[in-house]
Design a protein around this ligand. Structure first.
Ligand SMILES: NC(=O)c1ccc[n+]([C@@H]2O[C@H](COP(=O)([O-])OP(=O)(O)OC[C@H]3O[C@@H](n4cnc5c(N)ncnc54)[C@H](OP(=O)(O)O)[C@@H]3O)[C@@H](O)[C@H]2O)c1
Length: 251
């Protein structure tokens, strides 16, 4: 169960090496006992995350997880819920491909849709079922402003994130009264491993600032959070731009 300050005692990070996800975990750790389950593909980065969290006092478990293999999700997530309740699950996996490369290679395009949309739907259905059964829980879905109105430079990623946002908004409404809550994060540009190769815009956020906004939204019982705050303004503008103007935006 969440403690009196609205913090989880057990947390599942799907995409266990995500910079934003790990920044959220770090905020909840803060010198208190926390069970953290990292659901991820095996990698040196995963081992590093395990060592870092354990070094800060977390009880860390690892579950093998590939977002692009939905047929394995029920068993993988089943392991996470088998031993104890999960108070919070963060859906943090995602892929931001080079759009041009993806449009030349259907395999990249399909992988992008599979991870960002199909994988997110698959775990969302399972998390909702498991959390409804335990009678409580918070699901944090890391979606993107790119999904508010896909632009030509990133409509592949944007269309999958649009689907993800729509799914988790609907899931949130469907879970009212069950004790399970969903927070949909509409993130703008955050400097993380995902965006490290891109020029950062002036108002780019950091994983730590995103984590602060997200944990505050959980505490306040919000269903949606925009981070950085400028993302909301940006989305408002992009949504009303005439299509002919939007088409000319090069980024
Ligand atoms: N950074 C931004 O500007 C931004 C903006 C809006 C939304 N978001 C969203 O926020 C989430 C977290 O991104 P981040 O910024 O923290 O980037 P990140 O550090 O690169 O995290 C992405 C995560 O996705 C995982 N992943 C990718 N494909 C996977 C697969 N097939 N199976 C399992 N895990 C997989 C990666 O795991 P590996 O280590 O195994 O590759 C990594 O843990 C993503 O959904 C992203 O779309 C980010």
């Amino acid at each position: 169960m969440m403690d009196a300050l609205g913090r989880p005692q057990s947390l599942l990070l799907l995409g266990g090496t995500s910079d934003i996800g790990l920044a959220i975990v770090a905020r909840y750790l803060d010198g208190r006992p926390l069970r953290v389950v990292l659901a991820a593909r095996d990698s040196p980065r995963l081992k590093e995350a395990v060592a870092r969290l354990a070094g800060r006092g977390a009880v860390v478990e690892v579950v093998e997880f590939d977002a692009a293999e939905p047929q394995t999700h029920a068993a993988a997530l089943g392991q996470c819920f088998a031993r104890r309740d999960i108070d919070m699950a963060i859906v943090a996996f995602g892929l931001l491909p080079d759009q041009r490369a993806a449009m030349d290679d259907p395999a990249i395009a399909v992988q992008t849709a599979s991870v960002n949309f199909t994988g997110a739907v698959s775990v969302g259905v399972i998390l909702a079922r498991e959390m409804r059964a335990q009678g409580h829980g918070v699901i944090i879905a890391l979606s993107s402003v790119a999904g508010e109105r896909p632009r030509q430079a990133n409509f592949l990623y944007g269309s999958a994130k649009a689907g993800m946002s729509a799914f988790y908004d609907g899931l949130a409404d469907s879970l009212i009264g069950t004790g399970v809550r969903v927070v949909v994060v509409r993130a703008g540009f955050v400097r993380s491993r995902m965006t490290a190769h891109l020029p950062a815009p002036p108002l780019a956020g950091t994983p730590e600032r995103a984590a602060a906004a997200i944990t505050q939204a959980v505490w306040r019982g919000r269903a949606v959070v925009w981070t950085p705050r400028s993302a909301r303004v940006l989305a408002g503008v992009i949504r009303v731009l005439p299509r002919g103007v939007l088409r000319r935006i090069p980024f």
